[in-house]
Design a protein around this ligand. Structure first.
Ligand code: SF4
Ligand code: SF4
Length: 315
């Protein structure tokens, strides 16, 4: 609760709103006796190496969980299938599937189910699969035997994720200040990105994977065979200028079925403007920004003005 009390959830009010229901599953679905935690690898096989994109300031980096189709539907239908399989064995039972649901403490549940440990970057790590996976839960009223095999924490003396974080968001081991985290700043935050974070954001236009990229346990990560998670519209390595030039219609069409759509067109432009401001000051990026200098949205105008200022200073 200290994390919430200290306001580290930023604008994510839903985290505070659900109170006890987050830690007491039976209050979320009456009759719940057990929670089945599952994980699903998402790293596509066809993705351009993240370091290549991060090292090229003319490209936009999109967090690897978001370059394919939004996982929520895929995971929910898998959980439904799992429930049907169980039902064949047990007969009708009560259950409810959750995927990335605000009132569910999914990482703690996954850890308690033996799926891994929560690393210093606050993501779940599985000793045989790293951390590139989604989590889902099936709350059930079945008195299933519990899995008492906890995975030990294997972070040890490593602190690579803390050292690499571009915005120093991991303020202490296991403690991420969401207000400093690039994932929060580019996805959850609706308004203006505080200036102190704009330069460290670099070319990350949707989320950030740095703490996972550096984690030694991800050498055990598995790629996914799930077609829905395959990279779409070259979102793993697109030119910032191309993305910035998308019209709203193009944005809506190309992000259909993708998690990216949920941030909306204006936040998309806001994020790319910041990345362009951190990139090379060439004619093309200046022209792309100039074309949006008088955009209808104050949010976009402000970030475009900042970017142009950055580029003029580096000329
Ligand atoms: S996602 Fe990026 S900004 Fe957030 S804690 Fe990890 S490295 Fe830091
Ligand atoms: S980078 Fe090191 S400290 Fe951070 S989560 Fe991975 S093993 Fe733990």
């Amino acid at each position: 609760m200290n994390w919430l009390n200290n306001g580290m959830h930023g604008e994510m009010e839903y985290m505070a709103r659900h109170g006890n229901r987050r830690s007491r599953p039976a209050e979320l679905r009456p009759g719940t006796l057990r929670v089945i935690s599952v994980r699903m690898d998402y790293l596509p096989t066809d993705t351009v190496d993240s370091d290549i994109v991060l090292d090229n300031p003319e490209l936009g980096f999109v967090s690897r969980y978001a370059t394919g189709r939004d996982y929520h539907k895929v995971m929910r239908s898998r959980l439904q299938k799992l429930a049907s399989r169980i039902e064949k064995e047990t007969g009708p039972f009560g259950y409810r599937a959750f995927v990335d649901s605000a009132p569910v403490l999914e990482k703690a549940l996954a850890r308690n189910s033996g799926l891994g440990w929560i690393g210093k970057h606050s993501n779940l790590i599985n000793p045989k699969a790293g951390s590139w996976f989604f989590l889902g839960e099936l709350y059930t009223d079945l008195p299933l035997p519990t899995d008492d095999e906890f995975s030990n924490n294997h972070c040890g003396s490593c602190k690579s994720c803390i050292d690499i974080c571009p915005t120093a968001a991991i303020i202490a081991p296991y403690q991420v200040d969401a207000r400093r985290c690039i994932s929060y700043l580019t996805i959850e935050l609706k308004g203006s990105i505080p200036e102190e974070f704009r330069a460290p954001i670099g070319n990350r236009i949707y989320g950030c994977d740095d703490c996972q990229l550096v984690c030694p346990w991800n050498r055990f990560a598995q790629t996914t065979a799930e077609a829905d998670f395959a990279t779409r519209h070259r979102l793993d390595s697109s030119s910032l200028i191309d993305l910035f030039n998308w019209t709203e219609e193009e944005f809506l069409k190309r992000t259909e079925g993708s998690a990216i759509r949920r941030i909306g067109y204006l936040s998309w432009l806001r994020n790319i403007a910041v990345a362009l401001g951190n990139g090379p000051a060439n004619e093309n990026s200046m022209a792309a920004l100039e074309a949006r200098r008088d955009h209808d949205s104050e949010l976009v105008r402000e970030h475009v003005a900042w970017a142009l200022e950055q580029l003029s200073q580096s000329n």
